[in-house]
Design a protein around this ligand. Structure first.
Ligand code: ACO
Length: 329
């Protein structure tokens, strides 16, 4: 008797946005008080962003991850104790160590649990974490995984640098992945090219009790833009080829929510209409590793994405890193 293939399936999604919502105009006014000139028109026309959320000073990545995780567990109808793998994607961990995943595990009340660790792939982090969890579940090692993207990117922003501080926001998103005989993840592809490390970075670290180097985000926007457009199209074709599926069979495209112009350009090249793309960058800004699970949760909860739909998620970010996953809900 042949055994049918093992898959991992998304059985729950959840997300969290901090209470403080800041519109472009509010940010423009705040920056003007510092002598920095920008405008709602500039931000919307270059990025599609209209608002973002900023965390409260005491709020951490693990706090927001916990909220998103609880909502995903509720949808999955699973108890926290049934989770045997937690992967958190973040570039803004609570501490140097322990990992944010261990903090989330503890906040969920799990004791003597399975593996918990963080992944650092900046804005591709969630796609990296999702792919790792899928592989670990399909290999039979784990059964129920929480995969979380959570960021307090506002803490990395230099509010005297108008070229970056208008782009990012804070938030968290989570999925519960479960082992299944029913098709879930169909294919995944991950890439990195560290030779582009300098075009998007926070070139600082901790030394002797102090920050050494620069702890603010630095970006060559045009270089990032060109590379993102190129690799997102390429990786989409790679993940489709791997699954043996044509782009016309994609029900929903969820690219990393960094810039509407990058997103629409990718969709156009794939022949996917804008109506099939989930867009949250207008309301969330770029929340790095949280952007994809946040967008997925929004579209699941408002009824656009439902069981049986084929979804492609695509990440791209610092490192440089990029990747895509094709899965059935
Ligand atoms: N308000 C007003 N003017 C601005 C602002 C601002 N906030 N920021 C820059 N400008 C000015 C510049 O100073 C420049 O002025 P100049 O011509 O007098 O020198 C002018 O606008 C044009 O600047 P460019 O950098 O050429 O603007 P561009 O059209 O490239 O847009 C942007 C900049 C939005 C950053 C774009 O390059 C971009 O989206 N890049 C990709 C960024 C991205 O997606 N990053 C994240 C991906 S990975 C991750 O998520 C971590």
């Amino acid at each position: 008797m042949t055994q049918s293939a093992m898959y991992s399936r998304v059985i729950g999604t959840g997300s969290y946005l901090p209470l403080c919502r800041v519109t472009n105009q509010q940010l423009v006014d705040e920056l003007a008080r510092r002598g920095i000139q920008t405008s709602d028109e500039w931000i919307v026309s270059r990025t599609g962003i209209r608002a973002r959320h900023f965390s409260a000073p005491e709020q951490t990545s693990s706090d927001m991850a916990l909220e998103a995780a609880c909502r995903a567990l509720e949808m999955a109808k699973l108890k926290a104790s049934e989770i045997d793998l937690i992967i958190v994607a973040t570039s803004t961990p609570d501490f140097v160590f322990p990992s944010t995943a261990c903090l989330v595990q503890s906040k969920l009340g799990i004791k003597n649990g399975g593996a918990a660790f963080d992944i650092q792939a900046v804005c591709s982090g969630f796609v990296y974490a999702f792919s790792m969890a899928d592989n670990l579940i399909r290999s039979g090692v784990y059964r129920n995984a929480l995969v979380i993207g959570t960021e307090v990117f506002s803490r990395l922003l230099d509010f005297n640098d108008r070229t970056t501080c208008v782009l990012f926001g804070d938030g968290a998103g989570a999925i519960v992945l479960q082992q299944s005989r029913q098709p879930g993840v169909l294919s995944s592809v991950l890439h990195a090219d560290g030779s582009h490390a300098n075009i998007l970075c926070v070139p600082g670290n901790v030394q002797g009790g102090m920050v050494a180097g620069q702890a603010f985000l630095q970006m060559d926007g045009q270089a990032v833009f060109k590379l993102a457009v190129k690799v997102l199209e390429k990786v989409a074709h790679e993940v489709l080829d791997k699954a043996g599926i044509d782009s016309s069979l994609i029900d929903w495209l969820i690219p990393h929510q960094a810039n509407l112009r990058i997103m629409t350009s990718t969709a156009k090249k794939l022949g996917v209409s804008d109506e099939k793309m989930v867009i949250t960058v207008d309301q969330h800004g770029n929340t790095s590793a949280a952007s994809i699970p946040l967008a997925l949760d929004v579209a699941v909860r408002d009824g656009r994405i439902h069981s049986g739909h084929r979804v492609m998620v695509q990440g791209v970010g610092g490192g440089f890193t990029w990747g895509a996953i094709l899965f059935c809900m």
